[in-house]
Write a protein that binds this ligand. Structure first.
Ligand code: GLA
Length: 383
């Protein structure tokens, strides 16, 4: 009997000692952060994919090519996980992308009229890539660059930081601009994006993320039945080139009034000049109560079918609501799905379009040696 007890002790002790390693190994097979190759650029450089996970099974994939958000997998009201972000299966798709799926957009998100602006009396000329305008940073914006990535995860949350140095004169913009964008996936199903940039010469900067959302799941039809609420009682009307006229107008009484949750498609084809000019919604809304750059709730989207809710919180003064009007079914996205017109919406937290040419708008100038900082949170839940 004694001998059996001794054998047992001899067996159980080493097993007990091994347990922490067994758990550690287990942890390694399901970590919060995983890195894998995402393919090679034409020059042979490798791009990577960073897979962030939280305890609820939510997953966000980010590549250091373009600091692009590749997928956002979130549960519906029954716990079924779907990818709610449009994008591509591989690097190739992002290299050829013209829709800015998931992209980090810079140096200047949205439009700059006539591809030029004046700063301290000097005129800067930018490449025009949208009719007479510069759109989303020029012909080769930040979404076409390979960023340096660093795993900055903590025990609480998976996080990756992307860094890029945009040289003086890049796409016509002055100053060496050093940019960091940090993505953190928390256990409350929020994806936080923190932007920081500094320059050695006065310049202009406007950074955003251009994720396209379909809360039913990417590739699952149009978003016209999904509801949107914008905490914005004013917007910046545009001309036929989608350049702001300079006015800041109330949304009250117009189809741009989303102060109450309303289906995106309810008024999208209304006989209203701004909707005709935008080919639907493609407007910058002025976020209420946010001149102090405090974190504020800017938007809430809801899909009645799946129950998924997306809240967007930001320190930015504006949000561009774009109803995917230019998606035309020609581009094959994930799984070869052709993304049709209005099959997703984008809500781009930002400074107002064309601010460098608009004296009435909050300034986008960044002085040499100073830091630009902003934070946006995409918070998912169900209802
Ligand atoms: C922004 C613009 C749109 C369109 C998309 C990219 O949302 O406002 O007009 O150019 O980017 O396709």
């Amino acid at each position: 009997m004694k001998r059996i007890a001794l054998y047992c002790q001899l067996l159980i002790f080493p097993l007990a000692l091994c347990l922490p390693f067994v758990f550690a190994q287990h942890g390694k097979t399901d970590p919060r952060m995983q890195k894998q190759s995402f393919g090679k650029l034409p020059d042979g450089t490798q791009a990577d994919l960073y897979i962030l996970r939280n305890k609820n099974g939510m997953e966000v994939d980010i590549t250091n090519y373009g600091a692009d958000v590749v997928s956002i997998k979130v549960p519906d009201r029954h716990g079924k996980i779907e990818d709610v972000a449009l994008g591509y299966d591989n690097l190739e798709g992002y290299i050829h992308d013209k829709a800015y799926f998931g992209a980090t957009v810079g140096r200047y998100a949205n439009r700059i009229a006539h591809g030029s602006f004046k700063l301290h009396g000097r005129v800067y000329t930018l490449p025009k890539n949208n009719g007479d305008n510069t759109l989303h940073g020029g012909t080769s914006g930040f979404n076409k660059r390979l960023w340096k990535a660093e795993d900055v995860s903590t025990p609480e949350a998976a996080a990756v930081q992307m860094s890029y140095l945009s040289k003086n004169g890049d796409q016509g913009f002055p100053g060496n601009l050093s940019v960091n964008v940090r993505f953190t996936l928390a256990d409350d199903n929020s994806l936080k994006i923190e932007y920081a940039a500094t320059t050695d010469k006065d310049t202009v900067v406007n950074l955003t993320n251009h994720s396209y959302f379909n809360l039913a799941g990417q590739g699952k039809g149009d978003i016209l039945g999904q509801e949107l609420q914008l905490h914005a009682s004013r917007f910046t009307p545009v001309n036929a080139n989608l350049i702001p006229t300079g006015q800041i107008s109330p949304v009250k009484g117009t189809p741009l009034d989303f102060t109450r949750s309303t289906a995106i498609g309810a008024r999208i084809n209304a006989d209203f000049e701004q909707l005709k000019l935008g080919h639907g919604y493609d407007h910058n809304f002025v976020i209420d109560g946010n001149p102090m750059r405090k974190m504020a709730l800017a938007a809430r989207a809801y899909d009645p079918g799946s129950g998924r809710v997306l809240e967007i919180w930001t320190t930015q003064p504006g949000i561009q609501f774009y109803s995917g009007n230019f998606l035309d079914g020609t581009v094959a996205g994930k799984g070869g799905v052709k993304y049709g017109r209005r099959s997703a919406f984008a809500l781009e937290t930002q400074h107002f379009p064309d601010s460098p040419n608009q004296p009435n708008f909050p300034t986008t100038e960044l002085k040499a040696g100073r830091w630009f900082r902003s934070t946006t949170v995409y918070k998912f839940s169900t209802q």
